[in-house]
Design a protein around this ligand. Structure first.
Ligand code: XLS
Ligand code: NI
Ligand code: NI
Length: 434
């Protein structure tokens, strides 16, 4: 242990009546929910970038946090890893996620950055040998450095495409070396600022070729994990190509990759796209591409990606309802791509933020599991569509032409009557379970 979290004991489950700031009231890793341990359902992960690399800046002011590991040497990188594994142990966290940029100092050349990555992943790998915490996913940061300002795969300069491809290869290698269960691609700069200087057709072809090479590398190396794309409609780019679930699915189909790549969906990104999180999850499940989630919310007032820890049991319950209905996570999990507010300076804030987020998720999961097991929503949904299970309706859908249907309507003198959708009753049902 480092001394950073001194005085903070490992967090334990104390039950709903506990008044401690640092206890789980709902998250009991061993509690069995729908036949599976809660820890194995939720598969929580700490995000290295927000929890250990983010300095607490905003557009009006710089760093507020003063972490002893801030700095750009390998020594700092190792101290950061030490503190990270201390937090994982305090939380009992099963997983973490990282970008190359979060864990190693940037070198003066590609080769130096790659060798730093190799050294720090050796160090992290050693720490993992004595820790229960595994790697949920690794990813490349292809958006912070100025070389990526006009995109990575979709850059007008082929040299940047090449640099991005080499970076992803090294990050996939690092992910495999640490036994990662997924590899994520989030294209923050894959989009444009103005159409006036942008060739949409070329950029889509570049992105398709890039992703095909990533999938090809996965197969060549025998990586057993899942390749995930994380959709987001804008920010940092004005318009991002991976707008939302449906858009990414269209892109995957266009390049024949819909069986190869799944999605990492983030609550806040769904909201930025004008959807609810459950919409994005349900859509992905329906298309067979639901992979993993980033469970961090936005401030509904501000309209940008504020990356806050979740605090709404109802929202979280509706999200896990879709996850459970789809059969639960396989390689995916629940990553807290969430950061503290910039006034939350202390080690205890970092611990409490995760404890609160995990607890809200546990509560949501239990509510979702109960709603699903009791069948309260599905029974109603099935009844609402029951007409479609009749032979006549099936025949109409599959076999009959527009003209034949017309003749049937005339012959039967069909006069459809509207039926209640029962929305308020269903909303009350959900409230009963929260
Ligand atoms: C940014 C994204 C990013 C990805 C990983 O909005 O959420 O943090 O999760 O690159
Ligand atoms: Ni985000
Ligand atoms: Ni994210």
């Amino acid at each position: 242990m480092t001394s950073y979290f001194d005085g903070i004991a490992p967090v334990t489950y104390e039950g709903p009546d506990s008044t401690s700031d640092l206890a789980y009231r709902h998250y009991d890793p061993d509690e069995v929910v729908m036949g599976k341990r809660m820890e194995d359902h939720l598969r929580f992960a700490v995000a290295w970038w927000h929890s250990f690399a983010w300095p607490g800046g905003d557009p009006f002011g710089g760093q507020t946090f003063q972490r002893p590991w801030f700095g750009d040497t390998m020594e700092h990188a190792r101290a950061k890893a030490d503190a990270a594994f201390d937090l994982f142990a305090i939380l009992g966290q099963p997983f973490f996620c990282f970008h190359d940029f979060d864990i190693r100092p940037e070198g003066a050349s590609f080769a130096e950055s790659a060798s730093n990555l190799d050294a720090i992943t050796d160090y992290i790998g050693q720490k993992m040998e004595t820790s229960k915490t595994k790697l949920l996913w690794g990813t490349a940061n292809l958006f912070t450095h100025r070389r990526f300002m006009s995109g990575a795969a979709t850059n007008p300069d082929p040299d940047v495409f090449a640099y991005a491809a080499a970076t992803v290869k090294s990050c996939m290698d690092a992910t495999m070396k640490l036994g990662g269960q997924n590899y994520v691609l989030w294209g923050g700069r894959e989009g444009y600022e103005t159409l006036l200087n942008t060739d949409l057709t070329r950029e889509a072809e570049q992105a398709g070729a890039f992703l095909s090479k990533v999938v090809d590398y996965k197969h060549k190396t025998g990586f057993k994990g899942t390749i995930l794309i994380e959709p987001k409609p804008q920010e940092p780019s004005k318009h991002q190509y991976d707008y939302d679930t449906a858009t990414v699915y269209g892109f995957l189909k266009r390049f024949g990759l819909e069986k190869e790549v799944k999605l990492n969906l983030e609550q806040g990104h769904a909201i930025l796209a004008g959807h609810s999180f459950e919409h994005e999850l349900a859509m992905a499940a329906s298309l067979g591409i639901l992979g993993s989630i980033d469970m961090n919310r936005n401030d509904y007032q501000s309209g940008w990606d504020t990356d806050q820890f979740p605090d709404s049991p109802r929202e979280v319950a509706l999200a896990y309802y879709e996850v459970l209905k789809a059969g639960g996570f396989t390689t995916g999990g629940t990553n807290f791509d969430a950061k503290l507010r910039r006034q939350s300076l202390d080690p205890v804030d970092l611990v409490a933020a995760h404890v609160g987020g995990m607890d809200v998720c546990a509560r949501g999961l239990k509510a979702a599991a109960a709603m699903l097991s009791d069948g309260v929503l599905e029974t109603h949904r099935a009844a609402r569509y029951a007409g479609w299970d009749t032979p006549d309706a099936k025949k109409m859908l599959k076999e009959q032409s527009l003209a034949e249907i017309h003749d049937l309507v005339v012959a039967a003198d069909l006069r459809p009557e509207p039926k209640s959708g029962r929305q308020e009753i269903l909303e009350n049902v959900v409230s009963r379970y929260i």
